[in-house]
Design a protein around this ligand. Structure first.
Ligand code: ADP
Length: 635
């Protein structure tokens, strides 16, 4: 309460006390004057003065007693002064006084009753939570309810009499003039305003003004009722902001989103189960019409911008209505989807295809998280990822792969012809040597038929080997599985030696064997592995011949080493220099003028195809050892 208001309330109480003190004195003075002075005028009329003074302090009953008492006093004075037979003029004055006192008394009682009615109405206004006050058109506050006290922080006593615009610093949505014009024209105005509370906080209010029925001679009163909507406005704004944020995310996501209503589909599947369908998969394959119907049962209720772009649709309103419109008719993965819904799975993801507005097939990955059973399924979002680019990339990769395979095949053809040329070289040489030997034995007199037969047997064996080599090398190069059988390592080495023995003999090379693998078995393609050993021995022979090695010797050793069989081809030739040792297995690496550089490359391929390894152990000038290790067959 400010000081002016305090002063006002103090003076009101003082005035009331004064009236209470003065009124009885006045009544006594009037009575004495009326009774004991010979004044002719109607002194009793002055009783109305204390009556009026006490009128707004007393209750109706008290006023009634008071004015009846005053009439009693006036009557006593009349009798005391004039006896029971007063003069007519005196009686008339008495009657006027009594009438004046009575009329005033009744009026005062009516005013009190009116005030009580008004107070009752005001109490009703106090019950409401809204801030309600009445004011003059200029803004002077006439009435201020409890709601207003609570909302703004000023008590009724503090607010009444103040200017409402100044007190509440009201901010209007439009000019006050326009609002007042509307109020006077319609008798009502309603709008959103902002007002300040006593503590300085600003409130947003829904304000309703109504004009009191203008009555002639009565001042115009405006009733203003304000509802605080600050909190709901803030909540509303927060909700709108969150909705806008969600919309923004929804629309700008790089993945397409469409929202479905699965309620009908769920119900249809439930009905299907209720009708006795147990194997849903079988039912769906036998009833493709159900699948089509099911697609129609899934309306699309919302989509984001990315989905619009993906489906080549300009506006949301023009988007497809149901899944039936966008899924190609032969969409097989839809059965899986229906089963997922039927089983109440929480998640479904698939790679599928959709048809856009132009009828183009768009490959997509779709992922859906279903609401748990028992929850509404009318706003379920599917996340859709366009994988056109990924598919295109995959196709490009596949194409490149195909081309690379073709190129590899072409290279393999080259490799094949080179390899065959290389590999048949040795058997051809062997055939030639053996044929020449056979001829020489035949030319003897008498011809040595036994030696001739043996030489021809070698020719035959070398020819068979050559044929075998051609077909095997072809298989090896085309990466076909080798024709394997269980072979004893020692017999393999002995057979290979037999194939080269003429060549080695021609070169005066001594052959030593140390076959110690006993009956160790390996799983291998006999011809191919023989050819590897032939290659290694031929290489050794060629190297020693070229280096003119003294007492050239080739040693063939076999042994077991744990679960592996080891075959060593050892020579005492020039050995590999470190650079050659490193590159010797590369295709087309050769140090020989007429060499093809394929022998070791093919040998390594062959050994590796048998899950074996081949390595060079060489000391330049001392000789070379080529060591092959192959997995043994379990005994
Ligand atoms: P090519 O025999 O046609 O040259 P290879 O692949 O069989 O091809 O051999 C590659 C190279 O390895 C040979 O040119 C030779 O230099 C070297 N080489 C192979 N075996 C031996 C060996 N036992 N002693 C020394 N050098 C060898």
């Amino acid at each position: 309460m400010d000081s002016a208001q305090y002063d006002r309330s103090v003076s009101k109480t003082a005035l009331r006390r004064l009236r209470l003190a003065v009124s009885p004195v006045l009544i006594v003075v009037i009575f004495l004057l009326d009774t004991f002075t010979p004044l002719i005028s109607a002194v009793a009329v002055f009783y109305v003065v204390p009556l009026l003074m006490l009128g707004d302090i007393f209750s109706v009953r008290q006023v009634r007693l008071l004015f009846l008492g005053m009439i009693g006093l006036a009557s006593f004075s009349l009798l005391f002064d004039h006896g029971v037979r007063p003069e007519f003029a005196t009686l008339l004055r008495y009657c006027v006084s009594v009438a004046a006192i009575s009329i005033t008394g009744f009026l005062v009682m009516k005013t009190i009753r009116d005030r009580q009615t008004l107070l009752g109405q005001a109490a009703l206004l106090d019950v409401t939570h809204d801030a309600i006050f009445t004011r003059s058109p200029e803004g002077r506050i006439l009435f201020w309810n409890r709601g207003a006290e609570r909302l703004y922080g000023w008590s009724r006593d503090e607010a009444v009499g103040q200017n409402r615009h100044e007190l509440l610093q009201t901010q209007f949505p439009t000019s006050l003039e326009t609002i007042n014009d509307h109020l006077h024209a319609q008798g009502l105005w309603e709008g959103e305003i902002r007002q300040r509370r006593r503590d300085g906080a600003w409130l947003t209010l829904l304000s309703r003004w109504s004009l009191d029925e203008p009555r002639p001679g009565k001042p115009v009163v405006i009733l203003e009722s304000n509802t605080d909507i600050t909190a709901s406005k803030a909540a509303d704004a927060a909700l709108r902001a969150s909705e806008a944020r969600y919309r923004n995310i929804f629309n700008t996501l790089a993945v397409g989103i469409w929202e479905h209503d699965f309620s009908c589909l769920r119900a249809a599947l439930k009905n299907l189960r209720a009708s006795g369908v147990e194997d849903l998969h079988a039912y769906l394959t036998q009833h493709p019409e159900f699948i089509r119907d099911a697609q129609q049962m899934i309306p699309i209720t919302d989509v984001n911008e990315t989905a619009l772009r993906l489906m080549d649709v300009e506006r949301k309103e023009d988007f497809f209505r149901s899944l039936a419109e966008i899924l190609p008719s032969a969409e097989g993965s839809f059965i899986d989807f229906l089963i997922a819904v039927d089983e109440g799975r929480s998640h479904y993801q698939a790679e599928t295809e959709v048809l856009n507005r132009r009828g183009q097939i768009i490959p997509i990955i779709v992922a859906i998280t279903f609401p748990p059973p028992g929850h509404e399924a009318n706003r379920v979002q599917a996340v859709v990822l366009d994988i056109t680019e990924r598919r295109r990339l995959q196709q490009a990769i596949d194409h490149a792969k195909q081309e690379a395979e073709q190129a590899l095949r072409a290279a393999a053809m080259g490799e094949l012809s080179a390899s065959i040329a290389h590999e048949v070289n040795q058997p051809l040489a062997a055939i030639m040597t053996s044929s020449e030997a056979a001829l020489r034995w035949m030319d003897r007199t008498p011809p040595d038929l036994d030696e001739t037969r043996e030489a021809l047997t070698d020719v035959l064996q070398a020819t068979r080997h050559a044929t075998g080599v051609v077909s095997r090398v072809r298989k090896l190069v085309s990466r076909a599985r080798p024709e394997t059988e269980a072979i004893a390592v020692d017999s393999l080495a002995a057979e290979a030696l037999r194939l080269v023995r003429h060549d080695l003999g021609r070169r005066n090379i001594l052959v030593r064997t140390d076959l110690a693998a006993a009956d160790a078995l390996i799983r291998a393609d006999r011809v191919l592995l023989q050819q590897v050993l032939v290659n290694l021995m031929t290489n050794a022979a060629q190297a020693m011949t070229a280096a003119a090695t003294v007492a050239p010797t080739i040693e063939v050793r076999t042994r077991r080493d744990g679960d592996r069989a080891v075959v060593d081809i050892i020579d005492n030739g020039p050995g590999f220099d470190p650079d050659s040792a490193e590159r010797a297995f590369d295709a087309f690496f050769t140090t020989r003028q007429d060499g093809m550089g394929l022998g070791l490359a093919i040998s390594r391929s062959t050994v590796e195809a048998h899950e074996g390894t081949i390595k060079i152990v060489s000391e330049p000038g001392v000789g070379a050892r080529l060591s092959i290790s192959l997995p043994l067959l379990p005994a």
